[in-house]
Structure formats: C-alpha cells, structure tokens
Design a protein around this ligand. Structure first.
Ligand code: IFM
Length: 453
C-alpha cells in the first residue's frame, strides 16, 4: 500500500510572490522609483541584463492570474505591496491609484475565495528614502510605520494576514554587505545597522496593524532560514558555522522572540554592533501570530580567514543533488522547524516560501514537464509533515512561486513558478507541478511515491 501523507483540513495551501518580481508597470499611474528600479537599470547588476520593468505584467493581468489561482484551488495568495507605488516619495503624499490597485486585488482574491496574505516590504524600498540614507538610517523605520498605517487604513478591514518584512537578512546583507542586491553597498557595519532598523520598522508596523486593522488579522514576519551545519568537526569549522548561524538566524530570532541580541554578537563583532536605543527591542519583540519561514536549502560552513569579519563561507557538499541555485536538502526544512520550535516557540509557523528553480521548457504538446519541481515540493512536504507529527505547529505552506518571475540579480534565468510564463507573449501555462499541487490541495495531501507524480 502507498503511504498517503495527509495534512489537516484546516491547513492553508497557497503560493507566494512579490511586487517587483511580478508586477511590472514600474512607472505607471504615479508610482515612484524603488531601489530595485535603480539597481536593475544600472548595467552590470543583473546577469541577463534584464529589469523588472514589465516582469510578468501582473499589474495588468491580475484578473487572469486570480482566475488561474482559482482553477488551482489555491486557498491563499501571498503578494507584496510596492511601497513606492503607494507612497512615491516613501512618506507623505499618498498615490491614490497605487492604493486602488491593491484594493481591487484584495477584493478580487476574496471574491475568488482566496485569502490575501500581504507583505509590506519585499525589498523595493522607495528610492527617495534610499537617497536619505536607506535602511541604515533610523528614519526609515518611522517611514515604514507610516506606510504600514496607510496600508492598514485602506485594507485593514479585509486582509486576514499580514507579513511586515520579507527576509530582512537578505535586504541587510545582500543589499549592504555583498552588494549583490539593491542598493549594492559593501559595508558590514551598514548591513548590521540595516538589520537593526528593519527590526525597529517591523515593531512599528506590528503596532500600526494591530491598532488600525478592524478585522483582527494575523500578523507575522518572513525570515529566510537554513539548516546551518559545519563542514567538519574541526574547532574552526564549528566556530565558523556558529558565527554564520548567529548572523543568519539569531540576529533576527533572538530580538523578535527574546527581546535581546545574542551576547555573542556584541562580543564577536564589537565594532559592528548596531546603534540600539532604549525601547528598540521592546518594539521588535511585540508578540506575533505566526512566524513565516522561507526555506530553500542548507548552509554547510567552513572557516575561511580571508572572508572579511565573518571568516566563514558556505561550501557545496559533494554527492548532493543541486538545483540551478542551491543544494537540494529536504531534511533541512525539518531541521529548521524543529530548531525554531525548540528555541523560540512561535505561536504558529507558516512556510511562507519553498520552491526550486528548474530550467523549464514547453514541450511540443504544450505541456511543461517539471518533474524535478514536483519531486522537490513532495520531498519537502514530507519533512514538514514529519515536524508536524512531532508537535511543531505548522499551519500553512506557500510555494514560491505562482508565476515564473524576475529572480533579482539572476534576472529571468531562474524559473520558480508553478505556472510557466512566456516573457515575450506573457502567455501562462500551468506546469505539471501546478497540476500536482492542485491535487494536493484538493486531497489534503499526496501519495509519497514519485512514480505517481
Ligand atoms: O525570489 C526569491 C524571493 O524574492 C525571496 N526568497 C527567495 C526567492 C528565491 O530566491
């Protein structure tokens, strides 16, 4: 007999996206520029020289896409609001057309029976705020609080779930330390300060949403977490893995759930420790309804004294399977869930992203046979269920992503969608993985055998 992996009837199934990656319409209807408009328009930053100017054209095609979601039976759709579409200068003047767009989208989703899960910040900071210092500047947190209040006043009677920030680690470190993402800085101190300002901003947004949303929504944050492991049992590698985990995981989870930074942060990186003022961490640790976890891979870490300040780097374990971007390591999602539950005990956990890039193509018969994606999702869901069996309160699973989209510095080379997008014609085709996921939602689970996918 085949094992059927069953999930509770109340489990929420959906997909996740973000504004810059799908919307396009980068300067329509009064939208202001974001740091990603600036970054992608600067030659040399995006591998295939593309931009998000048009992306998947979701700004114009959302009714068609909501119909697609409905045909898949999605119960939740995570999207982000483009902050500069709503506040073109980041603060002050509101752009009514921008708010109207999200208002229509929320109504369209609700009418289709799909819960909108709204992220306030998924990396497209208004350029006007960057010009005043960006995330390393404390004023950006106040601006975020103001923006959260604007969104809450308009949508806070209907949106059932909000996510304040998406992956503040990436915005801080890819944006300010490695420089691979906008705004492209290379300054470790600025990166740590950007992390801290985002935590203050998160706290301000939680407060604004709690006080202004009339429908008592669920409020969370989405962190990218990986299973961090040492490359060997040598003292150096163990210490390097500890440092890496400190910056990736504990830098955010300790303030959010314990209201303090780990002591090792100040001790290990004294010159880089951010400017923390009284009250900052009280705000950052306001209780959350759920923790969003974005999981893709594990990080196997070795000591490398040549890497500035952190002296640690990920290596690629031999013999493992790899996608176009990362090692494929399904047990890691279980390891992350078990660790987070043990150390932080969130009220609820949502997998707010999980997915894999596959070099998909359309076959002559019009089908997209993305077996590798289905296998990836299946293997990870088995591990999610394993954690749930051990008592970890996972209540939702959102696939990254609904549509193929603009994958940041990679451009359109990486396809993550359950739905294929032909970026020339904007035609959509549901991939085999999308049909599989629709059956999982319908059946509240799946048969754990790859021959049947
Ligand atoms: O596309 C990104 C998303 O914006 C944030 N999480 C990881 C995804 C895949 O790299």
């Amino acid at each position: 007999m085949t094992d059927f992996v069953r999930f509770p009837d109340s489990f929420i199934w959906g997909t996740a996206t973000s504004a810059y990656q799908i919307e396009g319409a980068w300067q329509e209807d009064g939208k202001g520029p974001s740091i990603w408009d600036t970054f992608a328009h600067t030659p040399g930053n995006i591998q295939d020289r593309s931009t998000g100017d048009t992306a998947a054209d979701f700004y114009h095609r959302w009714p068609e896409d909501v119909a697609l979601m409905r045909s898949l039976g999605l119960q939740a759709f995570r999207f982000s609001i483009s902050w500069p579409r709503v506040l073109p200068e980041g603060t002050g003047r509101v752009n009514p057309a921008g708010l109207d767009f999200y208002d229509r989208l929320v109504d369209g989703l609700l009418a289709a029976g799909i819960q909108p899960v709204v992220t306030l910040f998924h990396w497209d900071l208004p350029q006007a705020l960057q010009d005043k210092g960006g995330w390393p500047s404390r004023e950006t947190a106040d601006a975020f609080g103001e923006y959260a209040a604007v969104a809450a006043r308009r949508l806070g009677d209907r949106v059932p779930a909000w996510i304040t920030l998406n992956e503040p680690w990436v915005a801080a470190f890819a944006g300010h330390y490695t420089g691979d993402h906008a705004p492209g800085w290379r300054d470790a101190k600025a990166a740590l300060q950007a992390a801290h300002t985002q935590l203050i901003a998160h706290g301000q947004a939680v407060q604004a949403l709690r006080s202004l949303c009339s429908n008592h929504p669920k409020i969370g944050i989405a962190l990218t977490l990986s299973s961090v492991q040492p490359a060997s049992q040598s003292e150096d590698d163990l210490a390097a893995a500890g440092r890496y985990d400190l910056i990736l995981t504990r830098l955010f989870l300790d303030p959010l759930f314990h209201g303090r930074y780990p002591a090792e942060l100040q001790a290990g990186f004294p010159g880089l420790f951010p400017d923390v003022r009284p009250g900052d961490l009280d705000a950052a640790s306001a209780p959350l309804d759920f923790l969003g976890i974005n999981y893709y891979s594990r990080d196997v870490i070795r000591h490398n004294p040549d890497i500035p300040w952190i002296q640690a780097e990920p290596v690629q374990p031999e013999g493992s399977p790899y996608s176009q971007m990362w090692e494929i390591y399904p047990p890691g999602i279980y390891e992350v869930l078990a660790r987070v539950w043990r150390d932080y005990h969130p009220a609820s956990i949502w997998i707010t992203e999980n997915g894999v890039p596959v070099p998909d193509g359309v076959d002559a018969d019009g089908r997209v046979r993305d077996f590798r994606r289905t296998a990836y999702l299946l293997d990870h869901l088995v591990q999610v269920r394993r954690a749930m069996d051990e008592g970890v309160p996972v209540e939702a699973y959102l696939v990254w992503s609904l549509l193929d989209n603009f994958e940041w510095a990679y451009g359109y080379k990486m396809r993550f969608g359950l739905v294929y997008v032909d970026f020339e014609t904007q035609q959509r085709i549901i991939k085999d993985s999308g049909h599989w996921f629709a059956r999982v939602i319908r059946d509240h689970g799946f048969a754990a055998v790859k021959e049947q996918i």
